[in-house]
Write a protein that binds this ligand. Sequence first.
Ligand SMILES: C[S@@+](CC[C@H](N)C(=O)[O-])C[C@H]1O[C@@H](n2cnc3c(N)ncnc32)[C@H](O)[C@@H]1O
Length: 232
Amino acid sequence: MTSFVRRTSRMTEAQEKAWRAHAPRIVIDIPQVQPNGVLSPRQPLDLAQVFGREAPLVIEIGPGMGESLVALAKAHPQTNFLTFEVYRSAVGGIVVKCAQTEVDNIRVAMVDAVTGLQHLVEPGAASEFWTFFPDPWPKNRHHKRRLVDTAFASLVASRLTIDGLWRLATDWPNYADQIRGVFADHPDFLNLYGDLGGIAPRWSGRPVTRFEQRGVDEGRPIRDFTVRRIVR
Ligand SMILES: C[S@@+](CC[C@H](N)C(=O)[O-])C[C@H]1O[C@@H](n2cnc3c(N)ncnc32)[C@H](O)[C@@H]1O
């Protein structure tokens, strides 16, 4: 079961034009993606070749249209940003923003993040992970679809450097409770705000996205988490 439902939607004309011009550079060509976005086993990516340079790596899972990703990549030109996003029109939005802002340190893998991380990313490759406003799956019977659970945390831990950070945020209180529970028990992570109820201050580096604003407008509290990869 995946944390997303494959959606089909048309890209706007501007997105299609930008896609033709810039996607070959920004969107990684990945054979063996199944129609549902899941990736079959294959060789990991050669990230130095994908980015055209060696640099510290940040991985964002589910950036949507890249509202925070593109701004942060622009602000950190010395870092490589690899992102997993399954929704094609969202990837189209990222491609347009990269082109408009002349950002060249983002590469997009348009595949499921779980199988993508397993098969494309070497252990210990990333110094930081971000997961902001993952799909909330608010109905009880859908909670099993939520991305952030103990198994996913173990996968992220395996791809982080020791001492690497994972930053997360959600506007859904019971998803926040689930995330706090995952880190309370996880042997590979230390919640940096464990003594303060587990909730981090809002990361000021993170621009407010449409999803965060919708949570605020609908009266939901925004909860941030910052956890460190540790070896016990
Ligand atoms: C609610 S949106 C949040 C977008 C963005 N992070 C923000 O804060 O505005 C969640 C995004 O995660 C993507 N997503 C969900 N599960 C995914 C998965 N397993 N792999 C890759 N992307 C995923 C969805 O397609 C969607 O664009």
